[in-house]
Design a protein around this ligand. Structure first.
Ligand code: BES
Ligand code: ZN
Length: 584
């Protein structure tokens, strides 16, 4: 057996899926999906076929001739799920599997009407990265194997379905709507995605449309109006946009991530809708994945930095092109701070601070951190500094063109860079970056005049004249620079002057609440509770729960608040908070 992905049962010596056709009937009452999928192979195959599944009930398996095939669902392993072993009786070009998903499917969150903005209709969405596609479809759930697909979803006709795929039309049939989609470009399975709910849309440009609940769609259209300019900037940096459309779906507040780069339809947390376009770098990030991640994909989660480190680099190049080098430098400076927090979190597991990691026996959700993002970014900057921006940009375009629609490892990256720019790896100290823990001694510290101005404050309360021109990034940098515990007088002065507790920009609000909690300024706890009740984005949940749990006076509150909202959180966020609150 030849398994090359520690998170998949897919076997290189067996049939490989080229495309699949899915028909699925979505039942909100039982929170299950009854489905049939036909996996079509690159070439007719026989013998054993191992697929990934998780919490699926497999009802039957047939081959292309309609013969029932013997199959076995093996006992589930933690986080990997259960191997579905199928015996292909004779050469067959495809297999057809009839199955049902479980209400516990880890890729799905089923929201009650009360958990939506409108409050009248339920909502369902998928989140497959890193290894949750297998709880929706039995397949070879490894990014090494790209697939095209068609999907036909049946669901209550008063709802709207969207998918990270091309729209092939909807027809209503009695109480049900049947909506067809097709993904013509081959994708890694973790990019399979859809959502069903009360959705409206606005066109932003011929290739960009924003979707949101009707009550939010105009605000979303305003917030993301600059997206076409972003695509233009990205295309001039990285080459043509290969996915035809770039639509955006504004998610319900429980969405656990800032964004998810589902191709043709990026999913975004509603917390980026601030009314002042101050957090649109998340859009730049997900757009950048259209090249780094979706076109050139990590072969498995051990090489995740190839997805996220490259995307941070690409995101900041887009920011630099549209908003100037200063703004990109501020974003990098904030990333540098957050990287230190991740290093602290992994103090007892330093192997997780390497870029090239080993994931045998490791749950990718559990070890998710900003290390592959920010350390990966810094490494690419180190290479850029060694060879110069022009040579680096040229190499990057060539790298993207070479591995387009492929899946690669860190070793593939090294070989490509070494061939194109001999000596660049050594000059950038690549070994230390890739295989060393923490940061190499040679790591450069990002600098900018605006950052210096913040640091010069030394945590003192700034004057409103100074902060008037601050971006959200500058606020976050300032708040994180205030030594903690800060004196109560400082907390009170900050809040009185800048009304931070009332801020609706979570990138400012949450760093403020964390500073306040860590300073024992407990006047903010009702607001903390409010945020934890309203928002499921892990970037905010993690530091807030961590700060509550660290302080004896609020430790109980952390447990109480979690017990109250646990069921409303996404399964992945729930697992993360449980880890944070688990006694060490
Ligand atoms: N692909 C990630 C989200 C993700 C990573 C989901 C791993 C599941 C497993 C996405 O592109 C991302 O990085 N989101 C960030 C955005 C930020 C860096 C601008 C987030 O969610 O915070
Ligand atoms: Zn990303």
């Amino acid at each position: 057996m030849t398994r090359r992905d520690p998170h998949s049962y897919a076997d290189d010596t067996q049939a490989q899926t080229d495309s699949f056709a899915l028909t699925a009937r979505v039942d909100f009452a039982t929170q299950t999906i009854a489905a049939e999928v036909t996996l079509v192979f690159h070439a007719p195959a026989s013998g054993r076929l191992d697929l990934d599944t998780r919490d699926l009930t497999i009802e039957s398996v047939h081959d292309a001739l309609g013969r029932a095939l013997a199959f076995a669902v093996h006992p589930p392993e933690p986080f990997l799920g259960a191997r579905l072993a199928i015996e292909l009786a004779g050469p067959t070009p495809s297999v057809r599997i009839r199955y049902r998903t479980s209400p516990e499917a880890s890729a799905l969150q089923w929201l009650e009407p009360a958990q939506t903005l409108g409050g009248a209709r339920p909502f369902l969405f998928s989140q497959c990265q890193a290894i949750h596609a297998r709880s929706l479809v039995p397949l070879q759930d490894t990014p090494r194997l790209r697939v095209r697909y068609t999907a036909e979803l049946a669901f209550p006709r008063e709802l709207v379905a969207v998918m990270a795929a091309a729209d092939r039309g909807r027809r209503d049939d009695g109480a049900l709507a049947v909506h067809r989609f097709e993904m013509p470009q081959p994708i890694p399975p973790y990019l399979f995605a859809f959502a069903i709910g009360d959705l409206a849309s606005r066109d932003l440009s011929p290739r960009c449309r924003v979707w949101a609940e009707p009550g939010l769609v105009d605000a979303a259209a305003y917030e993301f109006a600059g997206v076409e300019a972003m695509i233009g900037a990205a295309e001039s940096l990285f080459g043509p946009y290969d996915w035809e459309r770039f639509d955006i779906l504004t998610m319900p507040p429980s969405f656990p991530y800032g964004g998810m780069e589902n191709p043709r339809l990026t999913f975004l947390t509603p917390t980026v809708i601030t009314g002042d376009r101050s957090l649109v770098s998340v859009v730049a990030h997900e757009l950048a994945h259209s090249w780094t991640g979706n076109l050139v994909t990590n072969a498995n989660a051990e090489h995740f930095w190839l997805n996220e480190g490259f995307t941070m680099y690409a995101e900041r190049r887009i920011t630099e092109a549209l908003e100037g080098a200063d703004m990109a430098a501020l974003s990098a400076a904030l990333g540098r701070r957050e990287l230190d927090e991740s290093f602290e979190r992994f103090a007892d597991r330093p192997a997780m601070t390497k870029l090239r990691t080993h994931h045998e026996g490791i749950d990718p959700d559990e070890c998710y951190s900003l290390v592959p993002y920010e350390k990966g970014y810094m490494f690419l900057c180190a290479i850029e500094a060694a060879v110069g921006r022009e040579a680096f940009s040229r190499w990057l375009r060539d790298y993207l063109a070479t591995f387009r629609f492929g899946a690669i490892t860190t070793e593939d990256f090294e070989a490509h860079l070494e061939a194109a720019l001999p000596g660049a790896l050594a000059a950038a100290n690549a070994r230390a970056w890739l295989d060393g823990e923490g940061l190499p001694a040679t790591a450069a510290t990002p600098r900018s005049a605006r950052l210096d101005a913040i640091e010069a404050l030394g945590g003192a309360v700034p004057s409103p004249a100074v902060t008037a021109a601050w971006s959200a990034t500058e606020w976050a940098l300032y708040l994180e620079s205030v030594p903690r515990p800060a004196p109560e007088a400082t907390c009170r002065a900050l809040d009185a002057e800048f009304h931070l507790t009332a801020s609706t920009n979570h990138d400012i609000l949450v760093p403020w609440l964390v500073l306040a909690l860590k300073s024992g300024y407990l006047a903010v706890t009702p607001r903390v509770e409010q945020v934890l009740a309203a928002v499921g984005r892990m970037k905010y949940l993690r530091p807030l729960y961590t700060a509550l749990a660290a302080e004896p006076r609020t430790r109980e509150l952390a447990a109480t608040v979690f017990a109250q909202h646990r069921d409303a959180y996404h399964p992945i966020a729930r697992q993360m908070v449980e880890t944070v609150l688990r006694p060490k």
